[in-house]
Every structure is written in C-alpha cells, then in structure tokens.
Ligand binder design. Sequence first.
Ligand code: HAM
Length: 424
Amino acid sequence: MPKKFQKPSGMHDVFGSQYEYFEKIREVVVRNAKIYGFKGIETPIIEDTEVFTRGVGQHTDIVEKEMYTFKTKGGESVSLRPEGTAPIVRAYIEHGLYTKPQPVKLFYFAPFFRYERPQAGRYRQFWQFGFEAIGKGNSIVDAQIITVTYNILKELGIEGVIVEINNMGDEKCREDYKKALKKYLKKETASLCSDCKKRMTKNPLRVLDCKKCIKIKAGAPQIVDYICKSCRDDFRLVLEFLGELGIPYDLNPFLVRGLDYYSGTVCEFFVPRKGEENLLAIGGGGRYDGLSALLGDEQRPATGVAVGVERTASLMRENGVINEKERPQVFIAQLGDLAKKKALKIFEELKKEGVLVAESFGQDSLKGQMNRANTLGAQITLIIGKEEAVEDRLILRDMDSGEQEKIRTNEIVKEVKKRIKKKK
Ligand code: HAM
C-alpha cells in the first residue's frame, strides 16, 4: 500500500470557504491599516533563537515549551517565529528605522508557529494580523491601536467584543509588585500547581496566567496598587480616550499577558460565543517599551496588538458573515474549442459589468457543467454548444423556470443585465 501523507499534526490547510474568510480579513486589515497610516512588513519565518529567548522571555511558556528550535547546517540555533513583535523590533533596529519620523507604524498578516497541544482553536501553525507602533509611545498611540483593532473586528461582523485592560507598571513599579506577589505566593506554595511552584521564584507574574491556579490569584495583591503616578496618569488617559471613542472595556487587575516584554498598558480582546460559558480570547497586546533594549538597542517606547486569524474566521462563520452559498447570477457552460474561446470572452465581459459569474471550464461534458450550475444555484445558465458557436449565438436558460431561448452573442451582456434586474 502506498503511504498516505497527511498534514503535520496541529497544522491545517487553508482552502475553500476558510480561504475566503482569510481573504476578507486581510482585505479589511489592509484597508484599515492604510487609513490609520500603518505600512506593511514581512519578516522571515525563522529568526536567531535569541530574538525570542531575550525578547519574549526565557521563562515564558512560549520559549520554554512551544518553540520549534533547530540548528542550521552552519550550526546556528534558529527558531520558527512564535509571534511577530520581537522580529519586527529586530528589523526596526537592524534597518535603523529610528531615523525615520516616529513612531514607525507597521502591520502584518502572517503565519506563526507554536508547539502547543492541538485543540479547537489552537494550532501549531496559525495566522495573526497585527499592528505595531515603535519609537514613540504614549496613551494616545495605545488607544489608537486598540481602536483600529476594535473597528476591524466590528467591520468583520464580530459582535460583543470586550477589551480587557490593565496597566503593568514600568520596570521599577513592577519590581515592587513582583516582591509583594512573591511574598504572597510563598504563603500559598502548598496550593500552587507544580509549574507555578517553579514560576513563583523565576517569574511570579506567570502564576497570574495559570488556568490551574485561578483561586490563588483571586487573593493576590493587585498591580494597580503598586504603579507609580506617571503610570497611573498614563493609564487614566488611555481609559479616557477609549471612553471618548466608545470602545467598551473592562478593567482586569490580573491581566499580565503571557510574554515578558510588556510594560504599562496591556489589553486582551474577548468575544462571547453562542452556547459557551467562557469568552474566547481572539487578540491581545500592549506597551513593550523595554523590548528594543532587550534586543541590544536603547529603550524605545512601543505598543502593539495581534489578533488570531483562525479564531476571527470561525467567529465570522458562526455569525454567517460571508454567505457561503451566494448564488452566482450566471453560469457559463460550453462544448467544443470554438465555444470555449467565446465562453471565456463572455465571462470576462460579464465580470467587467459586475455580474456574479461562475464557470467550470475544466469540464468538457455539458451534463457535468449543467450539474455544477444546479449545485451552485445559478440564476441563469448560458450554454454555447458547437452549433451556437458557429451561429454566433448562445442559449440563455432561466434556471428557475427552465425556459430557454437563443440570443445573439453581441446582445448577451445587455440581456443578462436586464434579466438579473428583474430577478432582484
Ligand atoms: P498572543 O496573545 O500570544 O500575543 O497572540 C495573539 C492572538 O493570536 C491570540 O489571542 C490568539 O487569537 C492567536 N493565537 C495565539 N496562539 C495561537 C494558536 N496556537 N492557535 C491559534 N491562534 C493562536 C502575541 O502574539 C503578541 N505578539 C501580540 C502583540 C503584538 N503584542 C504587542 N504587539
């Protein structure tokens, strides 16, 4: 038996209607990016592993457990990118983009890789769209990034989006908070899960992300009581801007995000799902003023958000955003070489006029093509047989009534448009 190949575990092929959702998301992202002044960027799929160990953090789940890391033939350690922010900051530094007017505003729509346990909505290769503003950070840039993301989700027909938001303080106030948190966790050690027992000393903030230790989190000190005046003022302004722009948000004092580069404002986008108790996290981000320094440059204020494309597409599907069964207005069927040539030309002419037209030129049998027209639910089928091709006419069949008549080729566009109008 020849071997049957399958896609790698946890990965998926994007095709059919999912491809259409991807296209729609990309189109809306690109259009909004232009409106808000973000330019596109594509970085390589692999990076020097240190971009992530230093950038995302050695003691994060992403780096400790989820990276695809391997040695090249030259002996360098590289990793498939698990996220886009650290590579973009690497590119910003490498190309001296700090010499351009700041902030440099960039967007992407790209695949990422995390070796996670495959489950619904969680893949080992997944897509994100994201926005990053690097080089100048303030509350208005934070609010704008949240707004553009919120507007895109709304335009894509995703309802009930809630932005959870918190402020993690700067390096100094976060250190004070970490001390208080460690002290609290020490008292609770016996109840922590085995992972959190390790996290407690290395990276106590990660305990706040742990799904198993939710009860312990509830009694923990809150970061908002430890942030300095300047962080508090900054946060207040972000909330005021969001309020002004009508973006619904919830304060979540324990939101710390799973990546180490954050400071200041952090946010996560949640959506309620039909028949499910838990909200679905579809995106997240925040300020990462210290990331450029972690990658060897000086500190440069920055902020960004990324959204999962698969999760967005599946919500769009649940909401029926794209009518997958959209009927083509016209189907073109043909028989013979001359008919095929004419059919191609008419197809282009109808498309130019904005008619929704479908074909199956790869099929030679007329019966097969008529079946296809039926399956698609075409309103009208144009049939060009050998005889009609020579006569320079074609058969117009109304698929609802079954009536058909011969029409001259040069009158067909006008005739089709007239009939479509009537059907509307
Ligand atoms: P993140 O929260 O790790 O943030 O990922 C953002 C979104 O990507 C998630 O909310 C989720 O929708 C999607 N996502 C993550 N992992 C998977 C997976 N295994 N399968 C499917 N979807 C997934 C970041 O990646 C940051 N770089 C965001 C950011 C941009 N921060 C600043 N700028």
